[in-house]
Design a protein around this ligand. Structure first.
Ligand code: IMP
Length: 187
């Protein structure tokens, strides 16, 4: 595999995938095709439905990804609604919901589901998770989305305070990309 399309409009996700896959000589090319993001209970269902839709229109090897933030004390919210919540109440809304909660009640995890598809083969899912906590305030200006309020286990800075390759070492997407890379290496 020398080149893989990434069906996404998210520049942050694209940069993380490009950074990781370039380390093994694979070029990631953005394809802004668009696909329905169904309202489902799991990221896996959203990713599978997206793949089905893209495959009907695009006959090349590609990946797409669905991700979400799951806050333990909020019973997994925003989860599959992460995108909607980000664009409505935003980081401030999440921080307000968690006002007064101590670090144990601030536990959260990010999950990334990457779907890889190529013509004539069943699509494959690669799943990465990253545990951490929701910080008390926004910090950093790298990355995207919830990065300024998420601190991964084992570090003291938010994802938004990290360069791309450092975030990849800890993040949910870094892990799902690692699994994708291993799959490509074995092929
Ligand atoms: P989606 O995969 O594009 O549907 O992402 C859902 C929501 O989670 C969006 O609002 C993203 O901004 C956010 N999100 C996904 N991945 C990350 C990440 O790595 N860091 C911060 N926010 C993320």
């Amino acid at each position: 595999m020398k080149k893989v399309y990434f069906i996404t409009s998210n520049k942050g996700k694209l940069l993380e995938a490009k950074t990781r896959l370039s380390e093994v000589g694979i070029e990631v090319v953005q394809k802004n095709l668009g696909y329905p993001e169904i309202q489902a209970d799991t990221l896996e269902e959203v990713a599978r439905y997206g793949v089905k839709s893209v495959r009907e229109r695009f006959n090349e090897a590609f990946i797409l990804e669905d991700a979400g933030l799951f806050i333990k004390s909020l019973k997994g919210f925003p989860g599959v609604y992460s995108s909607y919540v980000f664009f409505t109440v935003g980081l401030n809304g999440i921080l307000k919901l968690m006002t007064g909660l101590g670090s144990e009640q601030r536990e959260a995890s990010f999950k990334s589901v990457i779907a890889f598809s190529e013509p004539g083969q069943e699509p494959i899912l690669f799943i990465g998770e990253c545990n951490g906590i929701i910080s008390n305030e926004e910090k950093g200006n790298h990355g995207f989305g919830y990065d300024p309020i998420f601190i991964a286990e084992g570090v003291t800075k938010t994802f938004a305070e990290m360069e791309t390759n450092e975030k990849n070492r800890f993040s949910h997407r870094g892990k799902s990309l690692d699994l994708l890379v291993n799959y490509f290496k074995k092929k």
